[in-house]
Design a protein around this ligand. Structure first.
Ligand SMILES: Cc1cc2nc3c(=O)[nH]c(=O)nc-3n(C[C@H](O)[C@H](O)[C@H](O)COP(=O)(O)OP(=O)(O)OC[C@H]3O[C@@H](n4cnc5c(N)ncnc54)[C@H](O)[C@@H]3O)c2cc1C
Length: 397
């Protein structure tokens, strides 16, 4: 068995892992990032919608190579066909750019490498090294060879399955109602409005979730669905609902599927702690996905930056490993925990709405001026249009 020694070992080469590796390496840390697949970014499991705010949040240049399309906003459409529009800056973490996720993820990994991080692809972390009550690295397999990789801090950025977080002892297990099952087709030959992402909400479209159309151009779009696992377990399979949606649409008629991908997203609150001595989880493995939209790219990358910067300060001697992990825990929560909690509550409410109530809600929200789209403004409009519905949302105030 070969032994390697690093300040930081990052398991997983998605947006969260690459962001940790990039910022830790920039701070001077000796970093190794492991990716089990043969290529960072492939195959894609994503709707590929991200907010433009990602540019300044993790210092990115908007490059044509990873941006397929730029949208002006999102349309939210109810079962009765009423809709409201949100400009891209109000529309959350999934609207702004439709990206080419494979190229995007590889671009982030390259930025980490440019800062000096080492990367090993086709390398699977098989278990954690636990000694004296601390996590001290991972055992890994690369092209048939076993490795012992020792590190001051081990980072789990291994995605939704969160295998390392679980092995470490973090409370990342999920209730049925806190998981959405997704499937998506990339379709060619659609008639899409390239200026808007579209979200179709209501139990008839997608029980406990929504159908999305994310246009990559006028003729190409990602058409996907997320169904809450509670309903999926009762037989509401996402594929059946997606097929029904596609069959009902003139603008998707005759379009050809050139890719199918899918997977699960957590629509939960994050655990109370995502760190342990010598260990931190980030991104999907720390349940940082937005529970309302299912978008996790921006949050994972942003939290990755917070962690990477703290680890940089650790190797500069400004923070002990314990202090660096405490700074990370405090820092990422400050950036997104309130939003995650509010959106978790919203998701819980929407899970219970009938299609009639959803129609009322979308109509009421559609009557608000866009610049006034705050929780209070939404509630005021709902209260005026449908007082009984407003009751359901009263604990938002
Ligand atoms: C169908 C679908 C559509 C989605 N659409 C959107 C969207 O439009 N916008 C959005 O923002 N989010 C979307 N998401 C969520 C988004 O894809 C995730 O939130 C995001 O990828 C999280 O990034 P991450 O770095 O935490 O994890 P991941 O991107 O999952 O990366 C984890 C990496 O770790 C690697 N890995 C796992 N185990 C090991 C191991 N033991 N050793 C080494 N490597 C390992 C994996 O191969 C993977 O590359 C979608 C998800 C699904 C399933």
């Amino acid at each position: 068995m070969k032994t390697l020694k690093y300040d930081v070992v990052v398991v997983g080469g998605g947006p969260a892992g690459s962001s940790v590796a990039r910022y830790a390496a920039r701070g001077g840390a000796k970093v190794l990032m492991l990716e089990k697949r043969q290529e960072v970014g492939s195959p894609v499991r994503c709707g590929e919608g991200v907010s433009k705010k990602i540019l300044q949040k993790i210092e990115l240049e908007p490059l044509e190579s990873w941006i397929a399309n730029e949208v002006a906003g999102a349309k939210i459409i109810s079962p009765s066909g009423s809709e409201f529009e949100l400009s891209e800056d109000l529309a959350g973490n999934e609207t702004g750019y439709i990206i080419r996720r494979d190229i995007f993820d590889k671009h982030l990994a390259k930025l980490a490498a440019v800062e000096g991080a080492d990367i090993m692809v086709k390398t699977t972390a098989t278990s954690l090294i636990k000694e004296d009550g601390k996590i001290k690295g991972v055992l890994a397999r690369h092209l048939g060879e076993e490795y012992r990789i020792e590190a001051t801090v081990t980072v789990a950025a291994d995605g939704f399955e969160a295998r390392l977080s679980r092995e470490a002892g973090l409370k990342t297990s999920l209730k049925l109602r806190d998981v959405d099952i997704c499937i998506q087709y990339e379709m060619v030959g659609v008639k899409a409005d390239p200026l808007y992402t579209e979200f179709y909400v209501g139990q008839g479209y997608a029980p406990g979730g929504y159908v999305w159309i994310f246009p990559k151009s006028e003729r190409v779009a990602n058409v996907g669905i997320g169904v809450n696992l509670m309903f999926s377990e009762r037989g509401a399979t996402p594929r059946r609902y997606l097929e029904k949606f596609i069959a009902s649409r003139e603008d998707l008629k005759g379009a050809k599927i050139v890719e199918i991908n899918g997977g699960a997203v957590s629509v939960s609150m994050p655990p109370e702690s995502v760190t342990l001595p010598g260990f931190a989880a980030v991104g999907d493995s720390a349940r940082m996905i937005d529970p309302l939209t299912g978008g996790g790219v921006v949050n994972g990358a942003v939290a990755g930056r917070v962690l990477g910067e703290a680890l940089g300060r650790m190797v500069q001697g400004k923070l002990s490993p314990e202090e660096a992990l405490a700074e990370y825990e405090k820092g990422w929560r400050k950036k997104m925990e309130v939003q995650l909690a509010r959106n978790y509550l919203a998701k819980e409410k929407l899970l219970e709405l009938t299609d009639e109530e959803m129609n009322d809600l979308i109509e009421a929200v559609g009557s608000i001026k866009l610049e006034g789209l705050s929780t209070a403004a939404i509630l005021k409009a709902v209260k005026e249009a449908k007082p009984s519905l407003a009751e359901k949302f009263s604990d938002f105030l």
